[in-house]
Design a binder for this molecule. Structure first.
Ligand code: C2E
Ligand code: CA
Ligand code: CA
Length: 796
């Protein structure tokens, strides 16, 4: 130590030593700054900055050395070998370049220290090559121990300098690093100089080609100037960089926060920064997330490795929010250069809305929009599943087809909104009586199906049908949802079919049967139903064209007053001559027409035809026209009737509408309203088929009837059948009490007629009086059975 001190203090010009130190510090400072730039850059730019840094430190070391040598005054002639001098400069630039490159690429402090050691080596190489270039009139003797110490010092301090200088981006650490590097170079140089002892020897001559010290001074001057320039350049660059990165940082943050998607940037597994959207998504303060492990953000931590393995590929995962909730997200990872290092930026897209939409679309595809019941597609899938399940377990299941009675009328009467309301009510009422495994689907219009799995016996399906029908019949809600009537058809797996199409068709056939037999009931499928139903469908189809094809006509049946023995009027009865089947009974085709809307057109045609006919009669005979319930509930029934009377010119009191009791009870208020309207026109009203329906006294009183028609089933053999006689007497009494005339239908024999005459029945109708026939048959000749001649038509 003393020897080194002596060397500096006595063998050197101290002013020059100071200068050497300043030049060295300056170059070190510039080199550390440039190294930082190199680390923050990538590719070719990094190499350029490394070269500039190596040049700076190389020239710095070189200048330090030669200023040191100028300060060293051995008082004997000296000079420098040109080649070795240049070589020493090249050596230091190359070696420090290698050291800097190692440090620039290093991921750890150890790596940086290794770079520093290499730089220390470069300094030593420079020094001893420089000493080899030194020519002096004397012999140089080396202290080997100090040589070793000098190399060790350079390497050790160099190793310390780089990790310190690169610790972070602050100026303090940069200066500390530069000071350590200066210390490495200077300590090496002066220790190495202390290892030198010069023994003057006048016999040794400095070669003529050797550069004199003055030249070296000039070289050193230029080198120093270069260093100062490079140092300033480095500084300027540093300032610019810092301003730019501040600006860039702000811009980046602004941009990131403007993004709707969540963004997070990670260094390794650590979160470096996140935007506000991500903070909101994960329900956490953004500042709390910085430094946290990114894997903790996800329910499945393995997603992180998967993302890194598939950059730029969208992957779905689940985010774990701070409040414990889970959010479905889509993630895309992209590697970026951030602050000179490879980072991972992850775009996080919230999939909650999309998932909700997908869910909704799936729901819409499989459900009916109005009632939210499963649709046909859904039912088909479930039936397939149920079939394979029932097959494997050897179980039975049932398919129930359900259809609302007279739904079309509800739509017509109350409007489509009310119709929708009824469908929704049906869905709710039925769902309420079903178990979890039983599924109700809407097949379209007012058609529904119920799938009833795991059936132990067919009667179970019957009970469910009863429950459903009863649930719909419940009183409550709006007028249109009050007592909804429905019919049900049932098909069983595997008895009635083993595939879904057959099962549904058969349940539908059974439903059709239920509707035509007795509305508001259920029927099981029976094999013979199939053909009947098909037949009905064909008839329905033909009926639609019957009017246009002129296949309909009216026949007339006389009605006679028993007191006067006079024909008082006729009942118009419809006939259909089918092109291939011949005459089809109205008892068959009228119910079919009533199930579709065909009855409206047909009914209007009958009314028109009958009124037109009756208006042409010379005698004031009444004309009775049968009116179906479907017609009665038509919104503009009374107006249309009025219009018909005006157009045909028939006096209203000659028209009698025959209405059955069942037509009234469906909607009491509405029927009453319509019938009052009819009555107000002056048209008469008869209650048809009395005794077969409800035969309620209150109905007779409430509605404005003029006449009761006793059904022919009570008239048949009335003179011998006591029960029938009792009923007929009761009805006759009722008529007298309510001041209504009574007509007995279906009188076929003289005995029946005598009985009725004795019981003071007002009017009669039947084959015994006259069979229904074309009106011409009554106009020209006497009616045989009633010994009365009726001239119906004017001579004209
Ligand atoms: P309804 O209104 O009770 O008509 C009387 C039915 O009894 C007629 O049958 C008639 O031919 C039959 N009949 C008359 N006298 C006798 C008799 O002495 N003995 C027997 N066994 N039967 C007798 P039809 O013409 O086959 O009509 C059947 C039903 O079709 C009618 O019953 C009526 O409900 C309906 N209908 C007929 N024409 C029309 C119409 O224009 N509009 C509507 N809505 N329904 C009609
Ligand atoms: Ca009738
Ligand atoms: Ca009748």
């Amino acid at each position: 130590m003393l020897k080194i001190y002596d060397c500096i203090a006595t063998a050197h010009d101290l002013r020059l030593v100071l200068l050497a130190g300043v030049v060295c510090a300056l170059s070190s400072y510039a080199a550390v700054g440039l190294l930082r730039h190199a680390r923050n850059s990538i590719g070719a730019t990094r190499s350029i900055w490394l070269a500039v840094s190596a040049t700076t430190i190389g020239f710095g070391t070189w200048a330090t050395h030669f200023i040191g040598m100028l300060a060293f005054s051995p008082n004997v002639p000296t000079g420098y070998n040109v080649t070795l001098t240049v070589l020493s400069l090249v050596a230091v630039i190359v070696l420090t370049g290698v050291g800097l490159a190692i440090a620039a690429h290093a991921k750890s402090r150890v790596g940086m220290a290794v770079g520093g050691v290499v730089i220390g080596g470069g300094v030593a190489a420079m020094h001893y090559t420089g000493m080899a270039a030194y020519e002096i009139a004397g012999t140089v003797v080396w202290d080997v121990a100090l040589v070793a110490v000098s190399i060790a010092l350079g390497a050790m301090l160099g190793a310390a300098a780089l990790p310190v200088g690169l610790k972070n981006s602050t100026e303090t650490w940069k200066i500390n690093g530069a000071l350590l590097l200066t210390a490495a170079i200077c300590s090496h140089h002066f220790t190495a100089m202390a290892a030198v002892t010069i023994l003057p020897d006048p016999r040794i001559v400095v070669s003529e080609t050797a550069i004199p010290s003055t030249w070296i001074a000039i070289g050193v001057g230029i080198a120093s100037f270069t260093i100062i320039l490079l140092a300033l350049a480095g500084l300027a660059l540093d300032l610019r960089e810092r301003r730019r990165s501040d600006l860039e940082g702000d811009r980046m943050k602004g941009l990131a926060n403007a993004a709707v998607e969540g963004l997070l940037i990670c260094d390794g597994n650590d979160i470096v920064t996140v935007n506000d959207s991500f903070g909101q998504l994960i329900a956490c303060e953004t500042s709390h997330l910085v430094g946290a492990s990114v894997e903790e953000c996800f329910v499945d931590p393995a997603i992180w490795d998967l993302l890194k393995a598939h950059p730029n590929k969208a992957l779905e995962s689940t985010l774990r929010r701070q409040d414990g909730k889970q959010v479905p997200v889509e993630l895309i990872l992209r590697p970026i250069d951030f602050g000179g290092r490879v980072h991972h930026v992850v775009a996080v897209r919230d999939l909650q809305a999309r998932k909700r939409n997908e869910e909704h679309i799936r729901f819409l595809a499989l459900h009916d929009g109005l009632t939210e019941l499963p649709n046909r597609t859904f039912l088909n899938t479930r039936m397939d599943e149920e079939i394979s399940l029932a097959q494997s377990r050897g179980e039975k299941f049932a398919v129930l087809c359900l259809d609302l009675d007279r739904f079309k009328e509800i739509n017509d009467l109350f409007g489509h909104l009310a119709g929708d309301n009824v469908l929704k009510t049906v869905a709710n009422r039925v769902k309420a009586v079903l178990t979890e495994r039983q599924i109700m689907a809407r097949l379209g219009g007012d058609e529904f199906a119920i799938l009833m799995p795991s059936l132990s016996s067919p009667s179970e399906a019957g009970r469910l049908a009863d429950t459903v029908i009863a649930a719909l019949r419940v009183n409550g809600g709006t007028p249109e949802t009050n007592t909804i009537s429905s019919s049900v058809g049932i098909a069983l797996y595997p008895d009635d079919g083993t595939d879904k199409q057959t099962l549904l068709t058969h349940a539908d056939t059974a439903l059709y049967r239920a509707k035509s037999d007795e509305r508001g009931s259920y029927r099981f499928f029976e094999a013979k139903m199939g053909a009947e139903v098909r037949d009905r469908r064909f008839l329905e189809h033909d009926l639609r064209h019957a009017l246009a094809r002129n296949e309909l006509r009216l026949v007339y049946q006389p009605q006679k007053n028993l007191q006067t023995g006079q024909i008082t009027g006729f009942e118009a009865l419809l006939r259909w001559e089918h092109p291939t089947r011949g005459d089809v009974s109205p008892a068959i085709f009228i119910p079919i027409a009533e199930e579709s809307d065909v009855i409206l057109a047909i009914g209007q045609w009958v009314l028109n035809e009958a009124c037109r006919e009756a208006a042409g009669w010379s005698k004031p005979l009444t004309i009775a026209v049968n009116v179906s319930a479907v017609q009665l509930y038509q919104a503009r029934f009374v107006q249309t009737l009025h219009q018909t009377l005006i157009e045909t010119g028939l006096s209203p009191h000659l028209l009698e509408l025959e209405i059955t009791e069942t037509a009234l009870i469906r909607d009491f208020t509405r029927a009453l309203h319509t019938l009052r309207g009819v009555k107000a026109l002056g048209v008469r009203i008869a209650m048809d088929d009395f005794g077969t329906g409800y035969s309620s006294l209150s109905n007779l009183r409430a509605f404005p009837f003029d006449r009761i028609k006793i059904d022919r089933s009570f008239v048949k053999s009335v003179h011998t059948n006591d029960q029938a006689a009792a009923i007929v007497r009761a009805v006759l009494g009722l008529g007298r009490g309510l001041n209504l005339t009574v007509l007995a239908e279906g009188v076929e024999t003289a005995d029946e007629l005598n009985f009725l005459r004795n019981e003071l029945c007002d009017d009669v109708q039947g084959f015994f009086i006259g069979r229904p026939g074309a009106i011409e048959t009554f106009s020209d000749r006497p009616l045989e059975s009633c010994d009365l001649e009726v001239t119906l038509r004017n001579a004209s």
